[in-house]
Design a protein around this ligand. Structure first.
Ligand code: DQA
Length: 138
C-alpha cells in the first residue's frame, strides 16, 4: 500500500518558521518519523512539499490509486477551491492535518474549504498530527 503525504506552501520552512506556533522540528524529521511508521507497517510513503498550488493539484490526481492521502495545504486550506475540487475529483480518502490549532488563531484560519471533501481533520497536535493522520488509515 502507498500513502501520499503532501505539504503546501511555507512548510519547507518548518523548524525555522514561527517556532512558537509550529515548533522546532523540520519537515525532514517528520518524513523520517513517518518512514519508521511505514517500515513497521510494511507500507510505502510518497512524501512531498511544494509552494505551488498546481503541484499539489497534480499530486492529488497522481494519488488517485493510492491507499490514502495526508495533506497539510498550508494557507491554501482557507481559500483554494481548486485544491478542494482536486480532492473531490478522486475517490481516495484524504485526511487534513494542521500543525497548529487553527481554531485558536486568526479568524481567517477558522475556515477550511477543504474539510467538506475530507474524511477528517487533525488539528493542533503539532507535527505529531502527521503520524496520527497516517495511523488513522492503518
Ligand atoms: C497550517 C495552518 C495554516 O493556517 C497556515 O497557513 C499554515 C500551516 C498548520 O499546519 O497549522 O501554513 O496549515
Amino acid at each position: 500500500k502507498t500513502f501520499y503525504v503532501l505539504n503546501g506552501p511555507n512548510l519547507n520552512r518548518l523548524g525555522k518558521r514561527e517556532p512558537g506556533i509550529y515548533g522546532r522540528e523540520t519537515l525532514e524529521t517528520v518524513e523520517l518519523r513517518l518512514a519508521e511508521v511505514a517500515n513497521e507497517n510494511e507500507i510505502s510513503i510518497v512524501f512531498r512539499q511544494s509552494n505551488h498550488e498546481g503541484d499539489l493539484i497534480d499530486w492529488i490526481h497522481e494519488a488517485e490509486d493510492a491507499a490514502g492521502i495526508v495533506i497539510n495545504p498550508g494557507a491554501f486550506t482557507h481559500y483554494s477551491y481548486a485544491i478542494r475540487d482536486a480532492i473531490a475529483s478522486v475517490s481516495v480518502q484524504v485526511v487534513e492535518v494542521h500543525i497548529s490549532n487553527v481554531h485558536s488563531r486568526e479568524p481567517f484560519r477558522h475556515t477550511s474549504v477543504i474539510s467538506p471533501v475530507t474524511k477528517g481533520q487533525i488539528v493542533g497536535f503539532g507535527t505529531q498530527g502527521y503520524e496520527l493522520a497516517l495511523r488513522s488509515f492503518l
